[in-house]
Write a protein that binds this ligand. Structure first.
Ligand SMILES: *Cc1c(COP(=O)(O)O)cnc(C)c1O
Length: 361
């Protein structure tokens, strides 16, 4: 009695992926990154499920952290971009949040604040990503200033890796980025955090005191070339819907907006309740794999807002109500993304509110 589009979320797979991340850095600590609504999986549900396994969560901003507090989570929560306005500091202190400090503006605002309890902060150093962070030259002074500040209880040093997913990168390498960290910050007593998922999966040198896995928790590998660990990841989201109509299309006739797909022979089409307003990418080309009743076939025609069309010619048993899987256990989001000029991160975070999440496990 309802629209059949659904994102099925396997919470036990997320837990298994977290345990894999932790096992790769057994001497360090592993944070669970649940920003962007846990990459589209539902941050409150994911964090509650992982509550006993995870010591610290990370999100992008205070709004996301407060949503976790509202869901009952009492863990420390790291704000990966820190605060945007100085008046967030009172809330950060009161709610037991941890903040990144990536700029002199943030550092100065913290120094001026009169927060009641000192905070753990994460000093972000820019070793080549060139997005956020103190330059290596500025970082030593920033570390010293923060260490002495009465508003600060502990300083962790963090940097973000630009190309940990690709060993054949034209850009800066992991080793290069690590070599840019000032030696003053490479003392045993200073805790370091370098690794995102790609760092954890593929770069032993990046596994330090704190790991920050995101995408790998959700079962998608960020690596350009898979390895034994990335292949062990378990997909945690299956995006599904059902066929709502079928029809035959004659040779020469087209399907969908713009007539992008033209039938060369008589073909049987299935129209599915799934469109770009659900988060299925509109840039999908003809031929993107989809599964109908578990059998691989292809998307044809432009994706519409609420519907898309698939080729059923070779799946005669499929008809109205047949199940269609867009990505999940049997069709990796990474493969679909490769046809859509995007990445699994974008597919997961793009699934819209219209699609109910159904939790299993
Ligand atoms: C999002 C984010 C991560 C997680 O990255 P993945 O590639 O999803 O593992 C780690 N660190 C920072 C600073 C981030 O913003």
């Amino acid at each position: 009695m309802s629209r059949p589009a659904v994102a099925e979320i396997k919470l036990d797979s997320i837990r298994a992926n977290f345990q894999l991340a932790r096992s790769l850095a057994p001497n360090g600590k592993t944070i669970a990154v649940v920003k962007a609504d846990a990459y589209g999986h539902g941050a409150a549900e994911v964090a509650r499920y992982l509550a006993d396994d995870v010591e610290v969560f990370a999100v992008a901003c205070i709004e996301e952290a407060l949503a976790l507090r509202a869901a009952g989570l009492r863990h420390p929560i790291l704000l990966l971009e820190g605060f945007f306005e100085a008046d967030e500091l009172d809330v950060i202190s009161r709610e037991g949040l941890w903040t990144a400090i990536h700029s002199q503006t943030q550092l100065d605002a913290l120094a001026r604040s009169s927060i009641p309890h000192p905070l753990p902060v994460w000093l972000k150093v820019d070793t080549g990503m060139h997005r956020l962070g103190f330059s290596p030259e500025q970082a030593t002074k920033a570390y010293g200033d923060l260490s002495r500040m009465r508003q600060v209880s502990a300083v962790t040093v963090m940097t973000h890796l630009a190309n940990a997913d690709n060993d054949e990168t034209q850009g800066i390498t992991v080793a290069n980025q690590i070599s840019r960290l000032p030696s003053s910050l490479l003392k045993p007593e200073i805790e370091l955090s370098l690794a995102n998922s790609a760092g954890i999966l593929a770069h032993k040198v990046a596994r330090k005191h704190w790991q920050r896995p995101g995408i790998m928790l959700y079962g998608a590998s960020p690596l350009a070339k898979e390895n034994q660990y990335s292949e062990a990841l378990r997909p945690s989201m299956t995006l599904k819907s059902r066929i709502i109509a079928t029809k035959w299309v004659a040779p020469g006739d087209s399907v969908g907006y713009g007539g992008r797909f033209v039938a060369e022979r008589s073909i049987r089409i299935g129209t599915v309740a799934m469109g770009y307003a659900d988060g299925y990418p509109r840039q999908a080309i003809d031929g993107v794999p989809v599964l109908v009743n578990g059998k691989r076939t292809r998307l044809i025609g432009r994706v519409s807002m609420d519907m898309l069309t698939v080729d059923l010619t070779d799946i005669p048993e499929a008809g109205p109500d047949s199940e269609v899987e867009f990505w999940g256990d049997n069709l990796l989001a990474n493969e679909v993304a490769s046809y859509c000029d995007t990445i699994a991160y974008h597919l997961f975070t793009g699934v819209t509110k219209r699609v109910p999440r159904k939790y299993v496990g």
